[in-house]
Design a protein around this ligand. Structure first.
Ligand code: BG6
Length: 306
């Protein structure tokens, strides 16, 4: 569908479709509760701000690259049908192909509370089929308002069991990574990717003074990002997800990447974000018998620090 057809079929008072950066099509949402943009490539949410916040809650790099087949630095990349490197094929893209594949819009709705809901379905093609030869449907439902809810629904339409890894690789806007703390993971086991994949246990809050790349397993806990600089707390509540990934590249790694940018304060965009990703990875990958369906749901919200 082109932009005109999308607007005719799915336009809502708070939702319109438009062509934007990289000549890609975006769902642009602006309602009483909040605003967001969602790129049809990847069903990738590229920013969300509740109306009561002056700063966005979902962060996007000012140097993000937009274009066919490019993954966008920031927002809510969808990792599916695997998380991290592919188990056996190193040539396959890290975090799967969902974030660089076109999705189609399947529906839209304005809810009674004024929130806007948009549904998307991943469109399989020869490339995705070659990398994942399974009849599996992947849908994303975004509900945008004063909070942001994302449901990632996998349906196994195959005749055999299918195993998937997945994550909503969300970049959250914070004042300064050196002052932020992530709580909710105390006592959880994690795989430390910056220490040779060693298994460790979290003690207290996650604090940052260097690169952090950790996959916490077997945890369904809500996580909070405490941000004294912006004076707010970001709440990340999930269901259907047993893994939480916490990632900051820190300075050296970020500077090797072309798409982090200088950030608002000019001290590096990497200082102004942290990824707290909700999903099912490593020990927690999901096996779906023929005909089964699985939903990962995450709700993001922000509140003032007391
Ligand atoms: C995290 C991984 O989820 O994503 C990191 O744990 C990775 O290892 C990071 O570096 C970013 O990945 P990408 O492919 O978006 O650059």
């Amino acid at each position: 569908m082109n932009v005109t057809e999308l607007n005719e079929h799915y336009g809502q008072p708070g939702l319109r479709f438009a062509e934007g950066a990289g000549e890609l099509i975006y769902a642009e949402i602006d309602n009483a509760g909040g605003s967001a943009r969602i790129c049809l490539q990847g069903a990738h949410i590229v920013g969300w701000r509740p109306k009561d916040q002056t700063e966005p809650v979902v962060w996007v790099s000012d140097q993000a690259k937009y274009g066919p087949g490019k993954s966008i630095r920031g927002g809510v990349p969808v990792c599916w049908p695997w998380f991290g490197p592919h188990a056996s094929e190193s040539a396959f893209p890290g975090h799967g192909f969902a974030r660089t594949t076109m999705w189609q819009v399947t529906g839209s709705e304005t809810l009674a509370d004024g929130a806007t809901r948009v549904g998307f379905m991943l469109m399989p093609n020869d490339r995705t089929h070659a990398q994942f030869p399974k009849a599996c449907r992947c849908e994303l439902i975004a509900t945008v308002g004063a909070s942001l809810r994302v449901d990632l629904v996998t349906s196994n339409l195959d005749t055999e069991t299918v195993t998937i890894g997945e994550a909503l690789h969300t970049y959250l806007r914070i004042g300064d990574i050196a002052d932020a703390a992530v709580t909710g993971l105390d006592g959880s086991e994690y795989v430390d990717k910056v220490d040779g994949g060693r298994r460790k246990h979290q003690a207290g809050a996650v604090m940052f003074s260097g690169e952090v790349d950790r996959v916490y397993v077997n945890t369904e806990s809500e996580c909070l990002i405490e941000d004294p600089v912006l004076g707010r707390r970001i709440r990340i509540a999930k269901s259907g997800g047993r893994s939480t990934v916490v990632w900051t590249p820190w300075q050296e790694k970020a500077e090797k990447m072309a798409d982090f940018g200088p950030g608002r304060a000019g001290q590096g965009g990497w200082r102004e974000m942290v990824c707290v990703e909700s999903g099912n990875a490593l020990d927690d990958v999901v096996s779906l018998a023929a005909g089964e369906r699985h939903t990962l749901s995450v709700i993001y919200s922000a509140e003032a620090l007391a």
